[in-house]
Design a protein around this ligand. Structure first.
Ligand SMILES: C[S@@+](CC[C@H](N)C(=O)[O-])C[C@H]1O[C@@H](n2cnc3c(N)ncnc32)[C@H](O)[C@@H]1O
Length: 262
């Protein structure tokens, strides 16, 4: 399986792709937090990337949406009719992103799931309920044709203990902890277990995953580990260096040992 990570803007990069060549688009863009996202403190002491950062600030949500719309519109022609789109956002923009996808780029018929990734860490406040999930919006290019393999996860009820059941739209997967081997030091890195589940569910074996904001390369690594091809880009050079390092490591170990949802 081939895997490539390029240093490029999402928009420029997708314009180089062949039409209908991608099976699964996973896009995890900046969330418009208004901050610069940087490697966590202590990363250097742990031997990880310590000085990576990227801008995550637009003048307002309209500006962020316009940025996203241009890029998604340019990407859709590269996805196969059997393909799926997963847009990873959070409470700041989820509602606007759904309107963008359903009223501007596609239509409500293309909606497949609104996945909730609940991760446990952070987000608490004395003034509101703790914010402990991200929103992953899943859309089909063609609602009649898309490929999907329901992921199986361990059942939790007493009745089904020890058995597997189909995953629901709430994905309870811990954020990467500070001691985890997979932690690279790149800011906002997502867990391999989350991307492993998404890739296996949304991209057929041997198919191609596209991640146009690849960061540390988590989706690309999950794709290769799961026997899919991977192509991605990131506007931050440091991200692409980290992604290349991780892909080289998978190249040495081979497409085995993909982490499963706990
Ligand atoms: C939320 S992070 C992705 C994290 C990634 N999923 C991971 O697991 O490491 C968003 C990424 O989008 C990148 N980015 C921001 N603007 C971009 C653009 N115009 N084109 C491509 N990448 C961009 C940032 O550099 C950052 O690495």
């Amino acid at each position: 399986m081939s895997a490539q990570a390029h240093h490029a803007d999402w928009l420029d990069f997708v314009r180089t792709l062949e039409p209908a060549s991608v099976d699964f688009l996973y896009a995890d863009p900046p969330f418009n937090t208004g901050k610069r996202r940087a490697s966590p403190p202590g990363a250097a002491d742990a031997g990880r990337t310590a000085d990576a950062s990227y801008a995550d600030s637009w003048p307002d949500t309209d500006a962020w949406l316009a940025w996203l719309e241009e890029r998604l519109a340019a990407t859709i022609p590269a996805i196969k009719p059997t393909g799926l789109i997963c847009l990873h956002v959070d409470w700041r923009t989820c509602h606007r992103a759904r309107v963008l996808l359903e009223d501007h780029l596609l239509s409500p018929d293309h909606f497949v799931n609104h996945l909730v990734w609940t991760y446990g860490l952070g987000g608490s406040s004395p003034r509101r309920f703790a914010r402990k999930h991200d929103d992953l919006l899943l859309y089909a290019i063609d609602p009649a044709l898309y490929w999907f393999e329901p992921p199986m996860v361990p059942a939790t009820s007493n009745r089904m203990r020890g058995e597997l059941k189909k995953a629901t739209d709430v994905l309870d997967i811990p954020a990467i902890n500070n001691m985890a081997n997979e932690r690279t030091g790149y800011p906002t890195q997502k867990p391999l277990a989350l991307l492993d589940l998404l890739v296996r569910a949304c991209c057929p074996p041997g198919g191609t995953v596209l991640d146009p904001c690849c960061g540390s390369g988590t989706a690309l690594v999950a794709a290769v580990m799961g026997g899919r091809s991977a192509v991605g880009c990131d506007a931050t050079e440091h991200a692409v260096e980290v992604a290349h390092g991780r892909l080289a490591e998978v190249g040495r170990t081979g497409p085995t040992g993909a982490p499963r949802v706990p």
